[in-house]
Design a protein around this ligand. Structure first.
Ligand SMILES: Cc1cc2nc3c(=O)[nH]c(=O)nc-3n(C[C@H](O)[C@H](O)[C@H](O)COP(=O)(O)O)c2cc1C
Length: 129
């Protein structure tokens, strides 16, 4: 078990997931699955907090949800847990959209954050618990 081991994203990493209105995962791309260390089948229909890391403050996700529910785009730095209890940092952009049936859904795209930002937000989040 690679507990506490950081996975550092490649420069061109592009991790995508989508949820329904309740935050249940309805899609994840192969890169998201690979980095999170899950098969797609293990992620679909799960609550997105399946990848939540304990170091993430609740306020960050409250801000995310408040923002996208207002129809706006949220951007922020997120530390996620991997299936083997490691972690990885992303810079996430989360958008609301309607699917072909007009149902409210959300999409998150994630890029590699700079090391400076990882350092800054890991310190900041420690003060937010
Ligand atoms: C499109 C989308 C993507 C999300 N991606 C993540 C993610 O990568 N990691 C994460 O911990 N929470 C993510 N969330 C937030 C979760 O839904 C959840 O609010 C968070 O994990 C905190 O868990 P809790 O609400 O059970 O406290 C995402 C939400 C949406 C709408």
């Amino acid at each position: 078990m690679a507990s506490g081991v950081e996975t550092i994203l490649k420069e061109d990493a592009f991790l995508v997931s989508e949820t329904n209105a309740k935050g249940t995962i309805i899609f994840a791309n192969q890169q998201f699955c690979n980095i999170a260390e899950y098969n797609l089948e293990e992620l679909i229909n799960q609550a997105h907090n399946i990848v939540r890391h304990n170091d993430m403050p609740k306020a960050a996700f409250k801000d995310l949800w408040d923002t996208v529910k207002e129809g706006r785009t949220w951007q922020g730095f997120v530390k996620n847990r991997t299936a083997s209890n490691g972690y990885y940092w992303v810079f996430a952009t989360v958008y609301p959209y309607k699917n072909i049936d007009g149902e409210q859904c959300y999409m998150s795209i994630r890029r590699k954050p700079s090391r400076e930002d990882v350092q800054k937000y890991s310190e900041l989040y420690k003060t937010m618990h």
